[in-house]
Design a protein around this ligand. Structure first.
Ligand code: ADP
Ligand code: ZN
Length: 722
């Protein structure tokens, strides 16, 4: 059939529910999934042909598709994935497509293959804009004018002018390097008997070429990584592509080096630090099938997979898989969805699997493979509880006497100790001792957190920064502002005083990011620091062979929150952080400071009894109809004017449909009632597992059009309740 005068339905990466129609010009051959450029208003945009239709004679005049890219078409599986995800999260399809089209460079023609690099010449005229461009250029990567300009937050004219002045030179971008074929027998250990069995079970699932979810459940260090490498090898041997998902923070150099050792070449990587040019290489490699292994953060799911045959989700319990802003998807759940659309297996790996996943195993929907510790160690290291109600603490100190003693012993033995506190900054609260005023963010209903290293107060909700005032903003008394409570920086200060000999490292996401953080983690791995102070980012997947003691400074933080997963998060975090100890030659132990030593969860921790905790938690969730025994969805109304937001939310509540098995709770002011100057009200939908939450929401919101500054956000399967 001639396509000459066909119509292309083109989906664009905009908040649109469906594609727009364009005429296919004569001589242009298109297929469904083709990447095209089309005019939209005065602009041109890249979109994807969603469908092709024969031209009907009544059709109004349409604009022409401007250009078809020489790129493998997006496979049907991937298009279906976009459609399903969009329907599940009630998100316009175009917004989901936008997550796929994340590497505009991949579409650049040969004309744009010129890049710029810094020379040694310092330009005579220097502006802050020019300085920013040069600073980035001096990092040594040749970048296109547009990329350099975007990274520096300036226009391309600044880049061009610097080139004219000789401070930047033009270089031709080298052709994208092809990804080498993985060598399936490059490395790997001789697996233990247990590991062999587990690997064989996973290989058998891969061999069936069907959709099946397998949980790989085993303590940290039991060799889960080695085992799922075998599943990956099997999928690769069958000619497929493989995606290994990790929480962003676990994507360390040492982890990538392991993948490289196992498969003989560096895998493609996809995370927020990957440079534009490399993104382009990965994107194209995934699209044409030449990138066989991708190790990536959650957004790697949206790469345009040509023949994906296996997804491994490491640390599957990790809440970092849930995206908080933009499209609020959960990457683990969407990996499972992708597997069911693409009919391939998905492996979920964790030392502390989520309750969702464990209940799916109970119900027989997921398979399970369990791994015991290779060294016969118990599931958790020995965990001691320190009852803080009985501890006598000097004001402004958080390390109790028993913990102090253990750290001292550990350091004396030449070993490494970790003090864990899941709180960034110096102090979570600053108050005036004269009048009791507490410092709050001007944009949010939240306290400002002191960050002493940066000499600033910071809002953890909107990022607002301001200097610490000398006088109280309320009563103007000077010198009376005092910090209340500890953050990691304050804990580090105490540790430096009490362990003056120890070399201390602080691992917190706001003290180091990206490569700096990756370097700091490597130094800790090498044992360069004897005392490590860290937030939850130390708990995630790292292997610190010199560490023998973990001290948890405050185990009650998540337990006391209103989060329905508070206990689950506490268990996972405690088990993970305690599990950092004793991964090398020497055994490890953990000391946990708590005001709730009698809490069933703390008792289960002390006994290392995961089943006791799980049974308790399942009972509580089932009784309350909470996930995984029921379903939740949140609706968040926000806007600039508090009264208007409340009125809108109340009116919305009035028109909520009635349905069996779905209860609408609220509206109520959100626990953090204002964020970034926007007032917030929330609804929570509680539904049975059988209820169709999406249909209910669609019906409810069908004619709802928030106006002006009002916005309505839907969060299906929420993880954030603030
Ligand atoms: P997990 O993923 O369960 O935390 P890993 O796969 O990371 O466990 O294994 C922990 C450590 O033990 C790693 O350093 C790994 O190289 C090593 N290891 C795992 N299995 C073996 C094995 N069969 N022989 C030798 N070393 C192994
Ligand atoms: Zn704020």
């Amino acid at each position: 059939m001639s396509r000459d005068s066909a119509i292309a339905e083109v989906l664009l990466p905009l908040a649109l529910d469906g594609p727009y129609s364009y005429r296919v010009p004569e001589g242009m051959a298109l297929e469904a999934g083709a990447y095209v450029a089309v005019p939209l208003g005065p602009r041109q945009m890249i979109g994807v042909v969603w469908a092709l239709k024969d031209k009907a004679s009544t059709e109004k005049t349409l604009r022409d598709v401007a250009h078809a890219f020489d790129m493998p078409a997006m496979p049907e599986t991937h298009r279906k994935f976009i459609e399903w995800l969009s329907a599940y999260y009630l998100e316009p399809m175009g917004n989901v497509l936008r997550m796929v089209l994340r590497s505009p460079g991949a579409f650049e023609g040969p004309r744009e293959q010129t890049a710029y690099r810094a020379t040694d010449l310092v330009p005579k005229r220097m502006t802050p804009q020019r300085a920013r461009v040069l600073e980035i250029a001096r990092e040594g990567f040749a970048m296109r004018a547009s990329e350099l300009a975007e990274a520096a937050g300036v226009g391309t004219s600044v880049v061009k002018a610097l080139a004219k002045d000789g401070a930047l030179e033009q270089v031709a971008l080298p052709a994208l390097r092809r990804f080498p074929e993985p060598d399936l027998n490059a490395g790997g250990f001789t697996l233990s008997g247990d590991q062999q069995q587990a690997a064989a079970a996973l290989r058998a699932v891969v061999a069936q070429r069907q959709h099946k979810v397998m949980l790989l459940d085993g303590v940290t260090g039991s060799g889960k990584t080695e085992v799922y490498f075998e599943a990956m090898a099997a999928a690769l041997a069958a000619g497929g592509q493989v995606l290994l998902l990790l929480p962003e923070i676990a994507l360390t150099q040492s982890f990538l080096a392991r993948v490289e050792r196992r498969f003989g070449s560096e895998p493609a990587q996809w995370h927020s630090d990957v440079r534009p040019r490399e993104r382009e290489r990965v994107w194209r490699g995934v699209a044409d099938g030449s990138a066989k292994i991708v190790v990536g953060a959650r957004s790697a799911l949206f790469l345009p997979w040509k023949s994906l045959k296996l997804i491994v989700v490491d640390e599957e319990h990790e809440s970092a898989y849930k995206q908080d802003d933009g499209v609020p998807y959960h990457a683990r759940d969407m990996a499972v969805l992708y597997g069911s659309i693409g009919r391939f297996p998905v492996v979920l790996s964790s030392a502390t699997p989520s309750l969702e996943t464990l209940v799916n195993v109970d119900r027989g929907r997921y398979g399970v493979v369990r791994l015991k510790d290779r060294h016969g160690r118990p599931e958790l290291p020995e965990i001691g509880l320190i009852d803080m109600k009985r501890a006598t603490m000097d004001p402004g100190t958080w390390i109790s006497a028993p913990l102090f003693e253990e750290v001292t012993k550990t350091l004396a033995a030449g070993d490494q100790a970790l003090l864990f506190l899941n709180r960034r900054g110096y102090a979570p609260l600053t108050i005036c001792r004269a009048c009791g005023h507490r410092l709050e963010c001007p944009n949010c209903a939240a306290s400002l957190v002191e960050h002493r290293f940066r000499r600033q107060l910071m809002c953890h909700h909107c990022g607002h920064l301001e200097p610490m005032p000398k006088a109280c903003p309320s009563c103007h008394t000077e010198g009376k502002m005092v910090p209340v409570g500890p953050g990691v920086e304050r804990l580090a200060e105490e540790a430096a005083q009490r362990f003056p000999e120890a070399r201390i490292a602080i691992l917190s996401s706001d003290l180091a990011r990206g490569t700096l953080l990756r370097d700091a983690i490597r130094e800790v791995e090498e044992g360069q620091h004897k005392l490590v102070i860290g937030t939850q980012l130390v708990a995630k997947g790292h292997h610190f062979p010199h560490l023998t003691l973990v001290g948890v400074v405050d185990a009650d933080l998540a337990l006391e929150s209103s989060d329905p997963r508070g206990a689950e998060r506490t268990w996972a975090l405690m088990a993970q952080v305690a599990g950092r100890a004793g991964r090398g030659a020497k055994p490890g132990r953990a000391m946990v400071q708590t005001y709730l030593p009698d809490h069933p969860l703390m008792q289960a921790l002390r006994k290392g009894d995961r089943d006791a905790y799980l049974n308790q938690e399942k009972k509580i969730r089932e009784g309350a109809g909470l996930p995984p025994y029921g379903r939740l969805a949140a609706l968040i109304v926000s806007g600039a004017d508090g009264a208007e937001v409340e009125r809108f939310a109340r009116n919305l509540g009035m028109i909520a449909p009635l349905a069996d098995g779905i209860a609408v709770l609220g509206p109520a002011a959100a626990p953090i009632a204002v964020v970034r100057g926007r007032h917030r009200w929330r609804f929570l939908l509680k539904a049975t597992r059988e209820a169709n939450v999406q249909a209910f929401l669609r019906l409810w919101l069908k004619d709802v059009r928030p106006k002006g500054s009002l916005a309505l956000q839907v969060d299906v399967d929420p993880y954030n309740f603030l």
